[in-house]
Ligand binder design. Structure first.
Ligand SMILES: [Mg+2]
Length: 183
């Protein structure tokens, strides 16, 4: 059996949201990137924590999960953000660009329908800062039906913490999918 997917968001997870006063955690360093479709003289400032690189690589190297970007950065996750953290090129879910004014147009995270279709019956742990209670219900129902699903939800102003990845590795080592891959 394949290892569970590790779906990884960027905004609010690797790039924290500024505080009300515009502050960014002191752990993060400033970078400028030019997303696809944007002109080179109009870069976007991003803040990244160099400590995330070894933290994520420790999880990726276990081979217990299959990491995939799941972010509105789309392919730029692998070409712009990943390299700044020293991460290997990872695949991404090719999310659409819906014309929405909220990230929860149906009461749950807009990515979820696409993720649900993309995953099929595959187990997954999904790290995103923007789940609603309906997403947590979706994950619980998926798990009850035999497809292990874990949502991990960092505080968007703090982003990914070591304990979130500990939660991932603990869950994966206990999940039926991971145990089956040991057989
Ligand atoms: Mg996010």
């Amino acid at each position: 059996m394949r290892p569970p997917y590790l779906l990884l968001d960027i905004d609010g997870v690797l790039i924290p949201f500024p505080g009300a006063d515009g502050s960014i955690p002191s752990t993060h360093s400033r970078h400028e990137v030019v997303p696809t479709g944007r002109s080179a003289d109009n870069p976007v400032t991003v803040w990244l924590d160099p400590a995330h690189s070894p933290m994520l690589m420790d999880v990726i190297r276990t081979g217990l999960v299959t990491p995939v970007w799941c972010t509105s950065w789309r392919q730029d996750a692998a070409t712009l953000i990943g390299p700044l953290l020293g991460l290997p090129p990872l695949p991404h879910i090719d999310l659409p660009r819906p014309q929405i004014t909220t990230s929860h147009p149906k009461g749950y995270l807009w990515k979820r329908d696409h993720v649900d279709a993309w995953l099929g019956n595959a187990p997954a742990v999904w790290i995103d800062d923007d789940f609603t209670s309906l997403d947590h219900t979706w994950a619980a129902e998926r798990t009850v039906k035999g497809t292990a699903t874990l949502l991990v939800q960092p505080d968007p102003h703090l982003g990914l913490q070591a304990e979130h990845l500990t939660e991932v590795t603990t869950w994966v080592s206990q999940s039926p999918a991971a145990r089956a891959s040991d057989d």
